[in-house]
Design a protein around this ligand. Sequence first.
Ligand SMILES: [Zn+2]
Length: 86
Amino acid sequence: MRNPANGREVVIEAEPEEIYLDRETGDELEVVGKVLPLAPSKSRLPWAVENLRFCGWCGQLAQKDLNDCPTCGRRMGPLGPRPGDR
Ligand SMILES: [Zn+2]
């Protein structure tokens, strides 16, 4: 959520259709991003940084033991350096 007045962002657990206010300023927050529950996955690895890699197609995170990206469905290449690593 973001306060459009000052750009402050907060991550909170929100209910649909509810209005959320900035705790400090009382401004109404706008939703700028959502964390969706994970779809059932073939991976048994917990969703933790050490188990995740970036899909080379869409750049989203996927568990390392998956061959196909759960986000875009395309086959991910062999494990390699992450994009941006050097
Ligand atoms: Zn992908």
